[in-house]
Write a protein that binds this ligand. Structure first.
Ligand SMILES: C[S@@+](CC[C@H](N)C(=O)[O-])C[C@H]1O[C@@H](n2cnc3c(N)ncnc32)[C@H](O)[C@@H]1O
Length: 211
């Protein structure tokens, strides 16, 4: 009989993790490290990650909070990394990972790469994201371009900022998966937009009238 772990085995473990993360958040949400923290809809993210198996290898969670999404991705077989600015949340993530997903990796610092060119006129609005800390990519020994998929739960006003970071500094063939409490999960491939822009910039010859 095979002892291979099924997705249902993983789901059962993850349900326990979701409960424990929820309890921890309930007990601590008025404390400073949790001030910028809100959790996504974990079951919805779990199903989406499950559907990405075979399509991507590496996943980076921006603002990984208690580490739940990174741990889920790791358990589902992805190379999974999380970057979180609050040291206490990184400690909680590491402790959860030891019990629920030992291959998940976390780094403390900012997910904003040093090379990102912040341009408010392009729609780069910052509300809650911390900008007073160093980027964490060096600690991971990775660049943003190394990841096949970036997952984030931005504040609604910051969606453009997050997307512009992925678009300008991320893997040109990469995916951006974002959660929004009203709209749910959105999955975008960055190269689709580049194609769309190229098509619009180069109208077909037959559309150009010669005089
Ligand atoms: C909305 S919570 C998302 C939690 C988790 N990713 C999820 O989907 O359930 C945003 C997290 O981003 C963290 N954060 C804010 N600015 C950051 C930055 N520049 N770099 C890394 N993490 C940041 C906050 O501390 C918080 O834990």
């Amino acid at each position: 009989m095979s002892s291979a772990e099924t997705d249902d085995d993983i789901l059962a473990d993850m349900q326990q993790l979701w409960r424990e993360a929820e309890q921890l958040w309930d007990a601590s949400d008025s404390t400073t490290p949790f001030q910028g923290y809100v959790s996504a809809d974990y079951p919805v993210v779990f199903e989406a990650l499950r559907g990405l198996k075979g399509q991507v290898l590496s996943i980076l969670e921006w603002g990984s909070g208690l580490g739940v999404v990174t741990i889920m991705a790791s358990r589902l077989g992805f190379d999974a990394y999380g970057i979180e600015v609050e040291p206490e949340l990184v400690d909680y993530s590491t402790n959860f990972a030891a019990r629920f997903g030992p291959h998940a990796q976390f780094a403390e610092g900012s997910f904003i790469p040093e090379e990102f060119d912040y341009q408010p006129r392009r729609g780069d609005e910052i509300q809650q994201t911390r900008t007073d800390v160093d980027s964490a990519y060096l600690a991971l020994d990775m660049d943003l371009r190394d990841f096949d998929l970036v997952y984030a739960y931005p504040w609604p006003e910051e969606y453009n900022l997050f997307r512009n970071i992925v678009k300008t500094c991320g893997n040109p063939q990469g995916l951006f998966m974002s959660f929004d409490v009203r709209e749910g999960l959105k999955l975008e491939r960055m190269s689709d937009e580049a194609k769309h822009r190229r098509r619009n910039a180069n109208p077909r010859t037959r559309n150009i009238r010669k005089r």
